[in-house]
Design a protein around this ligand. Structure first.
Ligand code: PBG
Length: 334
């Protein structure tokens, strides 16, 4: 206990809890729409919306629909979106060449969004898994996920995204050395203003299951991602990863998944004071939404409480599939 707390009855904590006005005065944290980054799934075609069974309320959208939904979200105060492509099976190969094609689905979506909605910040995903026939984030040779060769491909991918107009490059692959390589390449290409949000502490988590359905990687994935994503048992390692990625030129760092790793968020923020983000991943969304759809939890309340937890843990912002719903609720509260 801090020394400044006088013994009862001089100190009664309930004094400041007795009315909304007093509770408001001592409130330490708040969620704002501008803290949110909305992850979205894009697919080829026109005017098609494909619901994702394991993520109720979330759909894959064609670019035309995505632009409209992004405009709606922006009107509610969501200023940033993160794009994940659903790549057609016929484009998935071992060399993953579609990943850095200037006209791939993701890059076409970036251009369309930037043309219509220049004020929304567009974040990308840098990893080979949507393009890889075996579902891994890097090249696979004889069962091994290659590091340095993958980094070269990720650099090409990031450059194509920056050329298309991406504001924030999001390497989610967990290869070593990719932040430095991407940063140097961006600088050399004149992309001095392109930001990097490193998935610095990304754990090998079963909470990504519904996402792999959404991007069509679930069936493709052979084995697990334990040789590149972090062991859920580790905490100090996350700090070393964040230190490394900041030293290589990351502007922002991310912890992923979110709610089971709030201790990591707090340690990262306390140690580095850098812009820190958490990804409330697909499995977290599915749990909350699934329980709410069954009437077991109050949707709006658990949504806001879960987002507030990230702010309390020191995060500056949150990637969340709840972004439009949360922004709408915040707007209705004024
Ligand atoms: C893959 C990637 C994953 C997510 C974002 N990028 C899944 C994985 O690593 O297998 C997960 C997001 C979510 O679960 O919401 N590069």
């Amino acid at each position: 206990m801090p020394h400044s707390v006088a013994p009862f009855p001089a100190t009664r904590f309930r004094r400041l809890r007795q009315s909304p006005a007093l509770r408001g005065l001592q409130r330490e944290n708040a969620v704002r729409a501008e803290d949110l980054i909305w992850p979205v799934f894009v697919q080829d075609g026109l005017d098609i919306e494909t619901p994702i069974a394991s993520m109720p309320g979330v759909s894959r959208l064609t670019i035309d629909l995505l632009v409209r939904r992004a405009a709606d979200a922006h009107a509610l105060g969501v200023n940033a979106i993160c794009l994940f492509p659903y790549v057609d099976q016929s484009l998935k190969t071992e060399d993953c060449a579609d990943a850095w094609s200037p006209d791939n689905l993701s890059n076409r979506a970036i251009r369309a969004l930037k043309a219509e909605l220049p004020d929304i910040a567009i974040m990308t995903d840098v990893a080979l898994d949507p393009y890889n026939i075996n579902g891994h984030d890097g090249f696979v040779v004889n069962g091994e996920i290659l590091n340095d060769e993958t980094v070269e491909a990720l650099v090409k991918m990031a450059l194509a995204q920056a050329d298309a107009g991406a504001d924030i490059i999001g390497p989610s692959d967990m290869m070593d050395g990719r932040i430095g390589a991407i940063r140097s390449a961006l600088e050399a290409a004149g992309h001095h203003k392109t930001c990097i949000m490193s998935y610095a502490a990304k754990y090998s988590s079963a909470f990504y299951g519904p996402f792999r359905d959404a991007v069509g990687a679930a069936g493709a994935l052979k084995g697990d991602k334990n040789t590149y994503q972090m062991d859920p048992a580790n905490s100090d390692e996350a700090l070393r990863l964040v230190a490394r990625d900041l030293s290589e030129g990351a502007d922002m760092v991310m912890v992923k998944p979110g709610m089971p790793y709030l201790d990591i968020c707090r340690r990262v923020k306390d140690r580095f004071g850098a812009p820190t983000f958490a990804y409330q991943v697909s499995g977290e969304y599915a749990m909350l939404r699934g329980a709410a759809d069954n009437g077991w939890l109050d949707h709006d309340k658990v949504m806001m409480e879960s987002l507030l937890a990230f702010k309390r843990a020191g995060c500056d912002g949150i990637l969340t599939y709840f972004a439009p719903a949360a922004a709408k609720l915040l707007q209705s509260r004024g």
